[in-house]
Design a protein around this ligand. Structure first.
Ligand code: FAD
Ligand code: UDP
Length: 375
């Protein structure tokens, strides 16, 4: 059979694209390298708990269209991410808010906190001498000052990225809100939650009625000759791999997970606890049950599942999770994108194929509104 699209990868880009294409009367075949569908949002059921196997995923967006779309497939729960940071045994609230400022400096009013941060910011601004911050360190110092940088940012960031803060792009730290209210919500977005029943339900709904093959690497399969199977290709794998690395390899950051069952109902009292000091080798511990059970429901299951997250530099055979958008990475990706433009029948979409640090909602938005659906 000749399909309209052969889609490489069943993550949120591939699955959403397939859903919309099917609605438009088009046919799709999805080819997925892993043994299961869903990309990085895939969950594994362990002891009755949905374990986020490729890292904790919290859905958040300001886009009403995207929020209504995902909720039309499965309703989302009321989970609000409010991580804690553990620095040498002391706990701080995230993101940077009045609770954090109180824990750091004992201040109790927004004015006191503002004055404290302004002193530190002024020092950082003076050093910049009117220049815009050109790296993550400069950006963090002008946003929140030295104390927060030292306790909550520097060591965590260098552990996460394996690079010095002054070699990383400023935008990474602008992901985190700074606010002068007692509000521990990690995101400023209007909508947030976890799909009821877990992310696999969402993926199943997106791919309902779509032909899909798992455990098949596109490049090592007959589908490489995709024109025999489909009119157009949707590619959501790593950008450099599509072009056989001909311009050089893009850098990626990866993470590995140590997941275990703990024989207690409530291990850390929160879904996410970050470890911001360099002497702890992992960046965070995720306790998965807190994404979907709240209050007394937590105790209905006498055990819990936790995952420690260990960052590492990507090598072949690992999962490429985070694009490293430093100068080299951005320049090389731009060159690859020029090559991509010369392939009119191929759509490059998602975090890996665009080499962009996308969250889930923008990926869904791009796949849903892709111009190909109206051509
Ligand atoms: P993916 O989900 O990576 O899907 C790509 C798919 O393509 C994969 O299944 C892969 O196996 C397949 N593939 C690749 N190459 C081939 C090949 N050669 N042949 C066949 N198949 C192939 N976003 C949020 O909004 N909130 C969060 O809390 C959040 N947390 C995150 C935590 C971590 C640790 C990570 C890594 C990401 C997180 N994200 C989060 C981002 C989110 O994972 C992405 O935005 C989203 O999953 C991107 O979807 P995608 O389809 O582009 O990529
Ligand atoms: N970050 C930090 N300390 C923290 C949490 C985050 O310094 O406790 C920085 C770090 O550089 C990280 C970035 O903020 O890479 C973005 O954090 P986010 O939680 O959005 O990262 P992700 O969930 O994508 O790994």
């Amino acid at each position: 059979m000749m399909y309209d699209y052969l889609i490489v990868g069943s993550g949120l880009f591939g699955a959403t694209f397939a859903y919309k294409a099917r609605q438009m009367g088009r046919t799709c075949l999805v080819v997925e390298r892993r043994k299961h569908l869903g990309g990085n949002v895939y969950c594994e059921n362990v002891e009755g708990i949905n374990v986020h196997r490729y890292g904790a995923h919290i859905f958040h967006t300001n886009n009403q269209q995207v929020w209504q779309f995902v909720n039309s497939l499965t309703p989302f729960n009321r989970y609000t991410n409010s991580p804690l940071a553990n620095y040498h045994g002391r706990l701080y609230n995230l993101p940077f808010n009045m609770n954090t400022f109180h824990q750091l400096w004992g201040v109790t009013t927004p004015q006191q906190a503002h004055d404290k941060i302004e002193q530190q910011r002024a020092e950082a601004m003076r050093k910049l001498g009117g220049r815009q911050p050109s790296n993550l360190e400069e950006q963090a110092l002008v946003l929140v000052g030295q104390d927060i940088f030292d306790i909550l940012i520097r060591e965590y960031t260098e552990k996460q990225w394996g690079r010095a803060c002054n070699e990383l792009p400023p935008f990474i730290i602008r992901r985190l809100p700074l606010r002068f209210t007692y509000d521990n919500n990690y995101f400023n977005d209007s909508y947030q939650g976890i799909p009821t029943g877990g992310y696999n339900v969402l993926i199943d709904r997106l791919l309902e009625g779509v032909d899909a093959i798992t455990d098949t690497d596109f490049f090592n399969s007959p589908y490489r000759q995709w024109r025999q199977y489909a009119r157009r290709l949707v590619y959501t794998g790593p950008l450099d791999r599509y072009f056989d690395y001909r311009l050089g390899r893009l850098d990626w950051r990866t993470v590995t997970f140590k997941t275990r069952v703990e024989p207690v109902a409530n291990y850390q009292g929160n879904a996410v606890v970050n470890y911001t000091s360099a002497d702890v080798p992992f960046t965070r511990i995720i306790e998965h049950k807190h994404f979907e059970t709240f209050g007394d429901e937590i105790y209905e299951n006498p055990c819990t599942v936790v995952s420690e997250e260990y960052p590492a530099e990507y090598r072949e055979g690992m999962e490429p999770y985070y694009p490293v958008n430093d100068k080299r990475g951005d320049q090389l990706a731009a060159q690859y994108r020029q090559l991509a433009q010369q392939e009119p029948d191929v759509i490059f979409g998602g975090r890996l194929a665009e080499y962009r640090y996308y969250d889930m909602a923008p990926v869904i938005e791009l796949a849903l509104n892709h111009p190909a659906h109206s051509s």
